[in-house]
Design a protein around this ligand. Structure first.
Ligand code: GRF
Length: 194
């Protein structure tokens, strides 16, 4: 079973969906570590409940990204992590992790990329009065939401859509799509998705 680490900074509903999929056997992997950069994040409570170990760091305690990523990398190596899943991790991954996990880092983003990359993709879609948006799972490169796309799903933005209603729709899709795509990737069926 592949050992994966999930990186998250906030609520962790995607972390939860992935942990549930593992528990139910829909995702054949072991979440060996949660990496979190926010000591107050609710995702840490979820990890505790799921009995998944976590490594928490505060970027301000380090002089640079190179330094905190070196520490994160040591934690990943210690636990034999083979694959990194970003799930609401609010930092750009730097060269230390990109080199060590080349082609083995994925992210989920709440838009159909390349539309609305970066922060507040939902707000961007609403402000643009877009008729549709969606969710994308992609490989991570040095850019902001720019790596090769693995899978995406489109949702319509209905008239009278609020930020909350759209966010709910997108998160429901994320919670199904991410574990399913991860299962395909880890099983080596990536080509079918591309
Ligand atoms: C998700 O919408 C994901 O697409 C984005 O950050 C959000 C994280 O939500 N990258 P959660 O912490 O998993 O609930």
């Amino acid at each position: 079973m592949k050992k994966i680490a999930v990186f998250a900074s906030g609520n962790g509903s995607n972390f939860q969906a992935i942990a549930d999929a593992v528990r139910q056997g829909r995702l054949k992997a072991q979440i060996s570590l949660l990496v979190c950069d926010k000591p107050q994040a609710y995702v840490l409570e979820r990890a505790l409940q799921a009995e998944i170990p976590s490594f928490v760091f505060n970027a301000k305690d380090y002089s640079s990204k190179i330094h905190y990523e070196a520490e994160v990398l040591a934690q990943l190596r210690k636990r034999g992590i083979e694959f990194i899943v970003l799930a609401g991790y609010m930092r750009l991954v730097g060269e230390t992790l990109l080199k060590a996990y080349d082609g083995k880092i994925v992210n989920i983003h709440p838009s159909v990329l390349p539309n609305f990359p970066g922060k507040d993709a939902i707000g961007q879609a609403l402000a643009a009065k877009a008729e549709e948006t969606g969710v994308t799972v992609h490989f991570v490169d040095e850019g902001m939401d720019t790596g090769p796309i693995i899978a995406s799903e489109v949702v319509e933005i209905s008239s009278g859509e609020t930020r909350e209603s759209l966010q709910n729709k997108l998160q429901q899709i994320e919670h199904d799509l991410y574990p399913a795509v991860l299962q395909e990737l880890l099983a080596g069926n990536k080509e079918e998705l591309l």
